[in-house]
Design a binder for this molecule. Sequence first.
Ligand SMILES: [Ca+2]
Ligand SMILES: [Ca+2]
Ligand SMILES: [Ca+2]
Length: 343
Amino acid sequence: MKGKKLMLALAVATLMTLPLVSAFAAGPSDSNPTVKVTDASFRCGETGTSQILVSIANDPGVHGVEVHLSFNDAKLQVMDADDSLAGVQIAAEGGLFPLDEQVVVQEVNNATGTILFAVSRKDGDSVQNATDAAIATITWQAAVDCNTVEQEECSPVSVVDALMSDADGYAITVDIEPPGSVCYDGQGLGCITGSVQLQGRYPDRTPYHSGATVTAEKDGVVVASATTDDSGNFTLDNLAPEDTYEVSASMYPYLDSANGSVVAGEVCTDLGATKLLGGDVAPQDPEPDNAIDISDIAYIAFRFRGADLSADVNGDSVVNILDLTMSAANFLRTGPTPWSMTP
Ligand SMILES: [Ca+2]
Ligand SMILES: [Ca+2]
Ligand SMILES: [Ca+2]
């Protein structure tokens, strides 16, 4: 009799175990909740954000989450998200549990590069399903002097430990995802390149296309300047990537050319070529007026074949019909002309 009872108990125990076994058949790690930190990218001197995200699939119920993060304190610092509290805080999010139903414990240490963030739901139901639900947002800034950043610097932000709890205080195993990558660029890595062709100047004449001044302006202030080489090429560098600039080319005795809206690229933005129209020689007080009119024609005509080379538009050291014709052909044109080979 006693043996029969034992057999029955074993059979019942086996039956009760069966559904559990089949629930784990797909592999325990497949159904564990996960925690990860998202990537961030920003320019040194500005800020970027990462989020701590939780995913839960068919769990009996997550009621609390504890996450420990590690970051490189020599490269990154956490910005304080709450002025009303002493110390540094990150911002709690309502993606997993509503914000007004949370109890949060957190500890951010910028000296050791660690963040502890724990959130528990004090009201309502446990969460059984969630995909990339945010529990907190971290705002980063660079820990370094931005002038020393010459190329993009990235460092990992790792979840070093994580634990979840159901409403009864039972531990729920958590799978940790690979680290997030937080990157920042230097401030002066943007650049613009292009070329300036001088009307009436050809390879067999010197100077060829060299000597034009090209500037990049932001809010009316010249922030970069370059001089064209023999082929007319220039590079404006040390600009802020993705910022927009007005690029202008100028040279005596030519009309200016400009493009008012050029975005500097980390891979140099190629503005292409522009042609400066020649013949703006007057009035000389002290610069010509960026307009070609009768006073320019008269100025050249008066110095025709003479020693005063201020009327030598094409730079071949003689004032002749070539200079006069170029200026006359540009009659009533004014600068700045559009940035184009057919202005
Ligand atoms: Ca604070
Ligand atoms: Ca003029
Ligand atoms: Ca000439």
